[in-house]
Design a protein around this ligand. Structure first.
Ligand code: UDP
Length: 320
């Protein structure tokens, strides 16, 4: 099953989300018939404005936790609230979106022999004790904390999809996404990149949680989506693969970069560090490079500048 021939049907769950909508656009540009599924819990239909004008896009309002009635050769499972603010607002829905979603998809893959490309997360490594994180690291995860509904949901989803692979020969492929940013990030989801950009556009203080020395590595959305396409297209794919950018930045460095892009300085204010906030996170992407030929093409400053422009336009459009 290649991903090169036109008008094959693919399904994207979580299609109205940040990553889901970028994936939809890319699949339409590549000539697929794309069905998008979203329950609009955190998704936003404006993300699908371009896709909605394409006759090869079909939107279903529905829930990945329920039986799927769509047949697609490939299913990209992007459905789950992903930012702490959203996933902690309804922990049960977060956990069940991952867990029941994976069960439904595993059933589907078994019965219909379709390919599943599942969006997992670097959160399966928790607050890691190993740097950078390789795929064989089992993680350091709190099972009962505020982040657990997301972290443990994503971990059990991996278990379900790997069991489907081992026991039923289902074609399930797991990607562990590290911090990703870009145009269309939601305004109020509290992510660091979007917060810093909005604060600098609005000339408000930038909020640094803790002392700002914690690090993350940020991947521009187009690079990540390319990794998803390569995953779907790969001849062999056995076990989870990290996708992200291995360049590591502290939150203070990120704040400086955003201010440079904005062309003005604002005050930095310190706020308490949220519970279980990982101190460092950086992917080892050796496996993705070898297996998928995955490469990073957008440096952080370029990506931040594009994201800044997108936020500026959306903020202007939403201001009366
Ligand atoms: N963070 C921050 N200021 C903000 C929002 C987040 O300093 O306004 C920090 C947060 O504590 C974390 C890092 O930025 O250490 C990344 O946070 P985000 O929620 O974007 O991603 P995650 O913690 O899930 O990696």
């Amino acid at each position: 099953m290649g991903l090169g021939s036109a008008r094959r049907t693919v399904l994207v769950t979580g299609a109205a989300g940040f990553l889901g909508s970028h994936l939809v656009d890319r699949l339409l540009a590549d000539g697929f018939e794309v069905v998008g599924l979203d329950n609009l819990m955190t998704g936003d239909l404006t993300n699908l404005a371009a896709a909605a004008r394409d006759p090869h896009f079909h939107l279903e309002i529905g829930d990945v936790r329920e039986t799927l009635h769509v047949y697609a050769e490939i299913i990209f499972n992007m459905a789950c609230p992903a930012s702490p603010v959203h996933y902690q607002a309804d922990p049960y829905a977060t956990l069940t979106s991952s867990m029941l979603g994976a069960l439904r998809l595993a059933e589907h893959a078994r019965q219909r022999r379709c390919r599943i490309v599942h969006a997992s997360t670097s959160e399966v490594y928790g607050d890691p004790l190993v740097h950078p994180q390789t795929e064989d690291y089992w993680g350091h995860v709190n099972p009962i904390g505020e982040r657990s509904c997301y972290d443990e949901g994503k971990r059990v989803a991996e278990t379900i999809l790997m069991d489907a692979r081992r026991h039923d020969k289902a074609d399930t492929r797991i990607i562990r996404i590290f911090n990703t940013y870009g145009p269309r990030m939601a305004f109020h989801d509290g992510r660091v990149v979007s917060n810093f950009i909005i604060q600098s556009i609005q000339n408000e203080p930038i909020t640094i949680y803790g002392d700002g020395s914690q690090s993350r590595s940020f991947c521009y959305v187009d690079d990540l989506i390319e990794g998803f396409i390569r995953t779907a297209r790969a001849d062999t794919f056995d076990s989870p693969v990290n996708l992200g950018n291995p360049d590591e930045f502290t939150m203070l460095e990120l704040a400086e970069m955003v201010m440079e892009v904005a062309g003005r300085r604002v005050e930095l204010v310190k706020k308490p560090l949220p519970p279980d906030d990982p101190k460092r996170r950086r992917p080892d992407i050796t496996k993705a490079k070898k297996l998928l030929g995955f490469e990073l093409t957008v440096p952080l400053k370029v990506g931040v500048a594009r994201t800044y422009e997108d936020f500026k336009q959306r903020i202007a459009a939403s201001t009366p």
